[in-house]
Ligand binder design. Structure first.
Ligand code: PRP
Ligand code: ZN
Length: 296
């Protein structure tokens, strides 16, 4: 292990996770100097740098200690963990809520498929032999696994496989290749991966700080702050209509002893319809504000 004192995070160089991952890091107060076509991005302000690589390389880079953390799909992380020995003990430290997709079995549209047992004795093409093998074992199915690095979806047409096990997001690739999704092997999303034992030096402190900021960002991502005024008599009815969240705060309004300003953190979007209902219950001067940062 090197004696680096700056934290190094690996992420996908160009792909579906790149933009949202960078945006998330920016929201955590991290910004980077190098342009994105470079492999290495030097962090400004905080001692955190980025390594832009192929997503499949990310777990290995963490396991080797070249990077401290990585932003990667659960599918890639799990596949690596199944293939690597116990010495490469990686953990999924945070779920990041983007890059949602699933690793699924798909069969040719015309195949009469009802249950996984029908896959017995068939050949299934995949880039995820570890995850597929594990799923087949739990289903008690003996099938052939054809490992391909890419273009898995054309294997049935080429005659090199009878079914596939591949990532599905919109489903567009399956439709384009006349395939039908039948079983979900793994639900995936982008995660923050790292070693199970985190460093206990300055890098460990930085990881701690990053986790706290990330938790704050994730928590407020969908949150709204609702502000309104109501008279004492209307407070109960108004409060009952508030979207879920912690107890609202009441503030007195100067010079109007019967009036209150109410402040509530709402877990999700507040719709026009909800606002109109709350107004009918006696609220006035209503504002819905996005929440930018939160530190618990
Ligand atoms: C994945 C997967 C499918 C496609 C599915 O490839 O291998 O081909 O996405 O997405 P859809 O359901 O929205 O059509 P990706 O584009 O991530 O490239 P890669 O597998 O080569 O990294
Ligand atoms: Zn990939």
């Amino acid at each position: 292990m090197s004696t680096r004192d700056r934290l190094r995070i690996a992420m996908q160089k160009s792909g579906r996770l790149t933009e949202p991952a960078l945006e998330l890091l920016n929201r955590c107060g991290l910004s980077f100097r190098q342009s994105r076509d470079k492999l290495f991005c030097f962090g400004e302000g905080e001692p955190v740098d980025l390594l832009l690589v192929r997503d499949d390389d990310i777990p290995g880079l963490i396991a080797q200690g070249v990077c401290d953390l990585g932003i990667v799909g659960r599918n890639v992380l799990s596949e690596f963990s199944l293939g690597a020995g116990p010495e490469a003990d990686l953990a999924e430290w945070r779920q990041l809520g983007f890059g949602r997709c699933r690793l699924s079995i798909a069969v040719p549209q015309e195949m009469a498929y009802e249950q996984p047992a029908q896959l017995a004795g068939r050949r299934i093409a995949t880039s995820y032999p570890g995850l597929l093998g594990q799923w087949l074992r739990t289903q008690g199915i003996d099938a052939g696994v054809v490992t391909l690095a890419g273009s898995v979806e054309i294997a049935p047409r080429l005659g090199t496989a009878d079914a596939i096990c591949d990532l599905v997001q919109s489903g567009g690739t399956l439709v384009a290749n006349q395939l039908r999704e039948t079983d979900i092997v793994l639900e995936s999303e982008a995660v923050l991966a790292g070693p199970r034992n985190l460093p206990s030096d300055e890098r460990g402190d930085m990881i701690d700080l990053l986790f706290k900021r990330l938790d704050g960002v994730m928590q407020v991502r969908e949150s709204r702050l609702l502000l309104l005024q109501a008279s004492r008599g209307a407070l109960d009815a108004v409060t009952r209509l508030l979207p879920g969240g912690p107890q609202p705060t009441l503030l007195p309004v100067a010079g109007q002893p019967d009036q209150f300003m109410l402040q509530a953190l709402c877990a999700g979007e507040v719709s026009w319809r909800q606002l109109e209902e709350i107004k009918k219950a006696g609220a006035r001067e209503m504002f819905v504000l996005p929440v930018e940062k939160m530190l618990a």
